[in-house]
Design a protein. Structure first.
Length: 159
């Protein structure tokens, strides 16, 4: 069950099927990024297995799974550091979000509208923060908890 104020609902992490399908989504995403002229420049030489594992752990934690990213990789501050100074453009942010949505399809994550609305909501929120914090002169919040995303306005439809 969820620990983010929705105790009667499954977490997005459990609804997705846990870490394995989320890792599959991350791999599908980064495979697409490596082949994308607009995004591949953020990862000269490709996206390492190490990076993919960290991002999968981040997504797992954000969606209500174990706090592995915070405990082993530094939480919010660590994720923030990876985006500082990148100067992500609005077009790159949008491309990133669209590519992740395609990766969710390719990884065969649940397709119900409620789940997809929730993860795309996080994706929009997160990519916009990453873009803002990546700009020269940005003054991001230094200490914040790792976000824990829930169903929001549309809980899972269970018939």
């Amino acid at each position: 069950m969820s620990d983010i104020g929705e105790p009667e609902l499954p977490t997005l992490y459990s609804w997705a099927g846990g870490l394995v399908p989320l890792r599959r989504m991350i791999d599908c995403f980064y495979d697409r990024v490596e082949a994308d002229d607009d995004l591949s420049g953020f990862f000269p030489g490709g996206v390492s297995v190490h990076h993919r594992e960290h991002v999968a752990a981040w997504w797992a934690e954000v969606l209500g799974g174990p706090d592995t990213y915070t405990q082993q990789h530094g939480g919010y501050e660590s994720m923030l550091r990876h985006h500082l100074g990148l100067a992500i453009t609005p077009a790159q942010r949008q491309r990133f979000a669209a590519t992740m949505s395609l990766a969710a399809d390719e990884a065969e994550l649940p397709t119900d509208p409620e789940f997809r609305a929730a993860i795309i909501g996080y994706l929009e929120w997160g990519t916009r923060l990453a873009m803002e914090n990546s700009q020269p002169g940005a003054t991001p919040v230094e200490h914040a908890p790792t976000p824990r995303w829930g169903w929001g306005v549309a809980p899972p439809y269970q018939g």
